[in-house]
Design a protein. Structure first.
Length: 506
């Protein structure tokens, strides 16, 4: 039997299980999907049982297809900020409220006020309480579901709920804890001061570890669920937006990572917990205990393309075109799609515009534009959104010598070239980067059991597989378009808010 590491990522659209060798090579991966529920405008929920069942199916299929591999350790990753509410017996009280849910804007404002204002909140956590963060969701439950809140005993993020099922241990780690809005990221501990001001019991929150710490071992029931041996160590892991930087080899300052998954992310590593004036960025704990993580997150990236694919299927009255077919069509349209821009704010926006009311839009649409132009505009709109985030990071003194692309969108040469042209630097992908958080989780599992001495050593195994150089001529076109793009949120903000009125959007 060949020893290997297992990474499990509880994503927004599915669970990915990945096997990596002890040399860091990706051996195999499998994804099993599950539904997303949107019962009201701005709401986004999932059934935690679906995560567990998808993990069972993904891991089971992977092991059946690779019977000669022996799993030595498990790392966990998952969508951040989700609220999985449990009673004292660890029973789920209601569907999990996800990271892209926008219902708790009023509660986030309340949290800021009770903390003493934005400056006081930043002093406690170094982050705003953004709509979508777990803390605001807890306050929403208290205000709107008092009967359920009265039974609320424990709060876990998605990957940590899977840990509970697999090991019986209620635990989290510093990167995912950072995304609750209740964590002192400078001191790497829960902010008891903020919890006190919000009148929330610290007992709601799990013990917190560094990300490579072994936080449990497969229980008998967990082992039976996955088809593995009891006692296999399960490390802390990481929130997907943080841990996937490890899978791209971005662990030291000086490199930028972009991610096009359901969401869009621009991230870098920091060697100190830099202050976050105005809270425009997110400064979290890194999976390396000596490092921190700076990022901005757009709520809409690959998710915008998925929406557009579904729209194409509706218009055609049949099956959705493949992603490759859409990209091939987009490639027939020129850069900037004949003067057409797309704002991808389909779930509101987080960075650089923390605006739950923001709405998507095609701007500049004329009778000249066809399906190819609209498809290209959607892809370019995602990249404009990434660069919008980076512009804020650049103001904070963060450079762009190289971009390492990750997530499913990194598989697309067109999307990579768009990034190279707009960012004006080489865009590199590494082996495993397109696998997202699952690869980083597998590497961190190796750190946890001593395969590598630290996260920096694990990141060094990430080998470059593609490199796209910028085209200055196309870059000039994108730069001109981006200047217009960056004016559109403010220009349309009031209209977006007004269109959300219940009379217009019941």
């Amino acid at each position: 039997m060949t020893e290997c590491l297992l990474g499990i990522d509880i994503g927004t659209s599915g669970c990915k299980a990945l096997l990596a060798g002890l040399d860091g090579a990706v051996l195999a991966s499998r994804t099993e999907t599950y539904p997303l529920s949107q019962p009201r405008p701005g709401w986004s929920e999932q059934n935690p049982a679906d995560w567990v069942d998808a993990a069972r199916r993904a891991v089971g299929s992977l092991l059946a297809e690779n019977p000669d591999l022996s799993v030595k350790a498990i790392g966990l990753s998952g969508q951040m900020h989700g609220l999985t509410p449990l009673d004292a017996a660890h029973r789920v009280l209601r569907p999990a409220i996800l990271w892209n849910d926008q219902r708790n804007a009023a509660e986030c404002a309340e949290a800021t006020d009770r903390a003493g204002g934005e400056a006081a909140l930043l002093a406690l956590t170094n982050n705003r309480m953004l709509a979508g963060y777990t803390g605001g969701k807890i306050l929403w439950m208290r205000a709107h579901e008092p009967e359920l809140f009265g039974r609320l005993a424990h709060v876990l993020n998605p990957k940590d709920y899977l840990r509970l099922v697999l090991t019986g241990e209620r635990a989290t780690e510093v990167s995912d804890a950072s995304g609750t809005g209740l964590f002192d990221t400078r001191a790497r501990r829960w902010s008891t001061e903020l919890l006190d001001r919000l009148d929330l019991s610290p007992d709601l929150l799990p013990p917190v570890h560094e990300s490579s710490t072994v936080s449990g071992r497969l229980s008998a029931s967990g082992a039976a669920l996955l088809g593995l041996s009891e006692g296999i160590p399960v490390v802390g892991g990481g929130g997907d937006a943080v841990i996937q930087t490890l899978g791209s080899g971005v662990i030291v300052p000086g490199e930028i990572q972009t991610t096009i998954g359901t969401a869009g992310i621009v991230a870098c590593a920091l060697d100190r917990p830099s202050d976050n004036p105005g809270g425009r960025l997110q400064v979290f704990c890194n999976v390396d205990p000596a490092m921190w993580h700076c990022m901005g997150v757009s709520l809409n990236a690959g998710g915008a393309m998925s929406w557009f694919r579904g729209l194409a299927a509706d218009f055609a009255g049949g099956e959705a075109p493949s992603f490759d077919a859409l990209v091939a069509r987009a490639a027939t349209s020129p850069a900037s799609a004949k003067g057409l821009l797309f704002l991808p704010y389909l779930f509101g926006e987080r960075c650089p515009h923390p605006d739950p009311a923001a709405r998507g839009a095609f701007v500049g649409l004329t009778a000249r534009h066809g399906a190819a132009d609209m498809t290209r505009a959607v892809m370019e709109g995602v990249v404009h959104g990434l660069f919008d985030i980076f512009a804020v990071m650049e103001e904070a003194g963060i450079g762009r010598g190289i971009v390492k692309a990750s997530g499913g969108g990194a598989r697309s040469p067109l999307w990579r070239q768009m990034q190279a042209d707009l960012f004006g630097c080489d865009v590199v992908t590494t082996e495993g980067a397109a696998e997202g958080g699952a690869f980083g989780a597998a590497l961190l599992a190796g750190v946890g059991i001593g395969v590598w001495p630290d996260a920096t050593s694990a990141a060094a195994v990430c080998r470059a597989v593609t490199r796209d150089a910028p085209n200055p001529d196309t870059g000039a076109v994108y730069e001109a378009a981006n200047r217009i793009y960056r004016t559109l949120h403010s220009a349309l903000a009031q209209a977006s808010t007004d269109l959300g009125h219940p009379r217009l959007d019941p």
